[in-house]
Design a protein around this ligand. Structure first.
Ligand code: GCO
Ligand code: MG
Length: 405
């Protein structure tokens, strides 16, 4: 079997998605997700100009060799763009292998460790009351774990809380440039402690609660937040501070028993090796799309497992359903699976383009038994929604200083 063609398909059904289709000479094809929010065309070009030409004529069954060829064989290892390109090819090759074998990908990984993958949903709001109303509704729908985020009083906008804007294109107006948002750690601390205090009063003690700081704190502030949140028993506190110095997490860890999660922006095991081997974190959040595909993420999950760190793959709306499917296969297999982030099935246009039959019931995702990843991509529907440039916001302190994402 040989790779005959590699198509790079960019579509924007409300958000940009980069999809790779690897076509073989025997008619079987595989799909992969290469979406890198705000830098989509860099990955698409990398695939088109640099990666795809090297793969035509190779045997798609040699997943590991192709992964190593694209990783070790390139002078410029790692990095989000290169690793997203490798990831998409890798997912497509696993999809092809599953189709050849007539087996779903989780069977190729080693089979089932659980009946379904527990999900955490998002409750956001312009006020604490609105956030908790949304959380109560999600509990009614059967979710057993919910991430709470609420607008920070005194700041014009809060990341992740869109207010009256319907999506983030609207937030950027007709001039797609990164929106600039203000950040105040002082104002945030006041809000976040009250949010969790009131959440436990209203939602009770049985529901798992989570929170994402989006890396806005310094290590000592993160340590203090973890400590102040201890009475509210979070499942995890995510991205409490940046870990470019991985040892920063030693400081946070030594001050709090609140479980810590990080990793959605990481693209290889090297970004989190010390965090994991020193057991400074509890959950690793790397995504298949951003960490070298199923092969890359499986390696991280196995390494995490021997250090008592669980997996909690990133599941934001900017990862396509192909990545979601890859995660569900990995989650069903991984002995050390923790939880999967989940933001719903996407809008109608997205559901027309990406078709799969992963069932979500009672706050859990049930894997599909279709061969491969079990996702179909409608190229004609995708072509109706061309790429639209767009950015994530940037963050500045109130005095104008550029701040962390
Ligand atoms: C999450 C993430 C998202 C990201 C987004 C950026 O935990 O879901 O932090 O909120 O901001 O994926 O591309
Ligand atoms: Mg996050």
């Amino acid at each position: 079997m040989k790779i005959k063609d590699i198509k790079i398909l960019v579509t924007c059904p409300g958000r940009n998605f980069v999809t790779v289709k690897v076509v073989t000479d025997e008619g079987i094809y595989g799909l992969g997700d290469a979406t890198l929010n705000g830098r989509e065309m860099a990955v698409a070009t990398c695939l088109e100009e640099h990666v795809a030409p090297c793969l035509i004529g190779r045997d798609p069954q040699n997943i590991e060799d192709i992964w190593q060829y694209l990783y070790k064989g390139v002078y410029w290892r790692r990095g989000p763009i290169g690793m997203a390109a490798i990831a998409a090819i890798d997912m497509a090759l696993w999809d092809i292998k599953g189709k050849i074998a007539g087996l779903p990908v989780y069977q190729l990984l080693g089979g089932r460790s659980r009946k379904a993958a527990t999900l955490y949903a998002h409750a956001n709001g312009e006020s604490i009351d609105e956030t908790l109303d949304n959380a109560a509704a999600l509990m009614e729908d059967g979710f057993k774990a919910i991430r709470l985020q609420s607008a920070i009083p005194g700041l014009p906008v809060t990341y992740g809380v869109l207010g009256d804007k319907k999506d983030y294109f609207e937030l950027q107006g007709n001039r797609p440039l990164p929106p600039e948002e203000e950040w105040s750690t002082k104002k945030y601390f006041n809000l976040v402690i009250e949010l969790f205090e009131r959440a436990r009063e209203r939602l009770g003690d049985d529901i798992h609660l989570l929170h994402d700081v989006h890396s806005r704190l310094t290590p000592i502030e993160a340590a203090r937040l973890g400590k102040l949140l201890e009475p509210y028993d979070l499942m995890f506190l995510e991205d409490a501070c940046i870990a470019e110095n991985q040892e920063s997490y030693k400081l946070v860890r030594n001050h709090t028993t609140t479980p810590l999660a990080i990793g959605e922006t990481y693209n290889s095991i090297w970004d989190c090796k010390e965090l994991i081997e020193n057991q400074w974190i509890d959950y690793i959040r790397t995504a298949a799309t951003h960490a070298g595909g199923i092969t890359g993420l499986r390696r991280i999950i196995d390494f995490a497992g021997i250090h008592d760190v669980k997996s909690a793959p990133h599941g934001a709306p900017d990862l396509s359903p192909i990545c979601f499917a890859a995660h569900i296969h990995l989650n069903i297999w991984a002995p050390n699976f923790g939880i999967q982030e989940y933001v719903g099935p996407g809008n109608e246009e997205m559901q027309r383009i990406f078709k799969h039959n992963i069932k979500v019931e009672d706050g859990m995702a049930f894997v599909s038994d279709a061969p491969g990843l079990g996702v179909e991509f409608d190229e004609e529907a995708a072509a109706e929604f061309p790429y639209k440039r767009s950015y994530l916001p940037v963050s500045r302190l109130e005095d104008g200083t550029m701040w962390h994402w």
